[in-house]
Design a protein around this ligand. Structure first.
Ligand code: ZN
Length: 258
């Protein structure tokens, strides 16, 4: 199904038509549903849950190679190749053992679904570093002024980046993200691990080098928190796998628990 309408829910009425319902539950056309879509999304979310369980059993960290990704999916709306929000599922699972959980989204696209799911909650801090949405997907969300609502006000932090952000500027934003997380003092962390900030990524959202990914992984690990890494975006390039190895190498090289 690819719907021909995506209402913004302003004064809209929930339809009985499957086409209308599909449009209601999709924010864009980049999440078509086929016969195997649910099985794939379900197993991807189960990968995130397994990683969360491994960490809750005492491992310092675990990496889930989630496919499809999840961070653009809301509680009731798919979008951007995402159907079930794996990082949110992992964070909610961690809440069983941890009073405060933080999610750090380093994908170059804003984690709009994750933000939406936890927007009015204070028990899960959401922080996203991403290309400024004024000119980049998901366009409608990810601005710095979006800080949460109700009891969740102040528990969502967006750090938009200018075009062509390289290692040093990216690491400065990461420092701000990690400072906010440290202030929140969570006892567990989920990292929505996008690799599309790469200088070789076809979306050209930023210019992070392979060595930069090592530094990013090491800086996150230095928080010393039990951490679940959920794979998010990262598009095909000749150095995609090197970037993942570099990031995970950094994550394992530093920090109290590594
Ligand atoms: Zn992305």
């Amino acid at each position: 199904m690819v719907p021909n309408i995506h209402p913004n829910h302003y004064a809209a009425t929930y339809p009985t038509s499957v086409v209308g319902q599909t449009g209601w539950h999709m924010s864009d056309t980049n999440c078509p549903i086929g016969p195997r879509s649910f099985a794939a999304a379900y197993r991807s979310a189960q990968s995130a849950l397994t990683a969360a369980e491994i960490v809750m059993q005492g491992a310092p960290h675990a990496y889930a190679l989630c496919r499809p990704p999840g961070h653009h999916a809301y509680g009731d709306m798919a979008g951007g190749s995402c159907f079930l929000n794996n990082s949110a599922v992992a964070a909610q699972a961690l809440r069983a053992r941890h009073a405060r959980v933080a999610i750090l989204d380093i994908d170059i696209h804003h984690g709009n679904g994750t933000q939406g799911i936890f927007y009015d909650r204070a028990d899960v801090l959401t922080v996203s570093i991403h290309r400024d949405p004024a000119e980049f997907y998901p366009f409608h969300w990810g601005h710095a002024c979006e800080r949460g609502a109700g009891v969740g006000e102040g528990y969502n932090l967006n750090l938009p980046l200018p075009p062509a952000t390289g290692d040093d500027l990216y690491l400065r934003s990461l420092d701000a993200a990690l400072d906010r997380i440290a202030l929140y003092a969570p006892t567990a962390l989920v990292v929505a691990t996008g690799l599309d900030a790469s200088e070789a990524d076809p979306y050209a959202g930023a210019s992070v080098t392979t060595g930069g990914f090592f530094r990013i992984g090491a800086a996150i690990a230095a928080l010393g928190l039990p951490t679940v890494y959920c794979q998010e975006g990262g598009y095909v390039s000749e150095i995609l796998s090197e970037n993942l190895a570099s990031f995970l190498g950094g994550a394992c090289s530093s920090g109290v628990l590594a």
